[in-house]
Design a protein. Structure first.
Length: 246
């Protein structure tokens, strides 16, 4: 069954009005017809609306709500992934997999050892593309909302932005042993926001780790092996998802 996201205002009683780029996709790519059933989510209330297509025009698709599934699919905590800019197209893969694992928001971070340097114009185009990848991954994995990809931040800006989270973690190869990591993960409570900082290929600079620690961000270890940037983030998210999933 195909899934579509709408704004809350597009759900009007027992009717759902789909507009924008999805209209062309439904009509001309999927060649959908009246009577077919689709899944609609607004991301606002966590509900899934199962709808039947009533009509398709050039500008909108009108659907009728058949039933509403109250049970949400989202994790009980919001996880913010602060990802140091990686090389090549790794960021696209990271965003796709992070969305599948339940991340709430992805924040690209320009750190000292990042090879990739983006000017304002390139960064804007990249973020637009990354957001599209997040939306596609959300649809594929049947998420209840589309995780937002924020504009690229400096490390200082990222630390400030992360202050909304109850627990903030930063994997670091010189952190204490796995017992401390297990203790921290087991202490995570549903409903508490979590921030995870992941460095690029070269890792974080020592002064960045020092700044993070001064801010109350907790260094953790992910084991005895050195993980690639695209592996480290998925490892942390997988562990947290397993712990929080209800």
């Amino acid at each position: 069954m195909y899934q579509f996201f709408v704004e809350p205002g597009q759900i009007q009683g027992n009717k759902v009005i789909i507009t924008g780029k999805d209209v062309n996709h439904m009509k001309n790519v999927l060649r959908m017809k009246p009577g077919e059933e689709i899944s609609v989510l607004s991301g606002a209330d966590g509900k899934e609306y199962r709808c039947g297509i009533c009509s398709l025009s050039e500008d909108e698709v009108i659907c009728e709500v058949r039933f509403v599934r109250e049970e949400g699919v989202e994790l009980p905590s919001k996880i913010y992934l602060f990802q140091g800019l990686p090389k090549a197209d790794k960021m696209e893969w990271i965003i796709q997999k992070a969305v599948e694992l339940g991340v709430y928001e992805i924040i690209p971070v320009a750190v000292k050892r990042a090879v990739v340097k983006l000017d304002a114009g390139k960064a804007k185009n990249k973020v637009s593309r990354w957001q599209g990848i997040a939306e596609a991954a959300a649809k594929q994995s049947k998420r209840g909302m589309i995780p937002k990809v924020q504009n690229v931040m400096s490390f200082k800006e990222a630390i400030a932005y992360s202050r909304m989270a109850k627990t903030r973690l930063i994997p670091y190869e010189l952190a204490e042993g796995m017992d401390k990591t297990r203790e921290i993960i087991s202490g995570l409570k549903p409903g508490e926001d979590i921030a995870v900082f992941i460095g690029p290929e070269g890792g974080f600079a020592e002064e960045e780790i020092e700044d993070a620690v001064r801010e109350g961000i907790i260094p953790i270890t992910l084991g005895k092996r050195i993980l690639r940037t695209e592996t480290a983030g998925m490892t942390v998210l997988s562990i947290i998802m397993y712990h929080l999933e209800q």
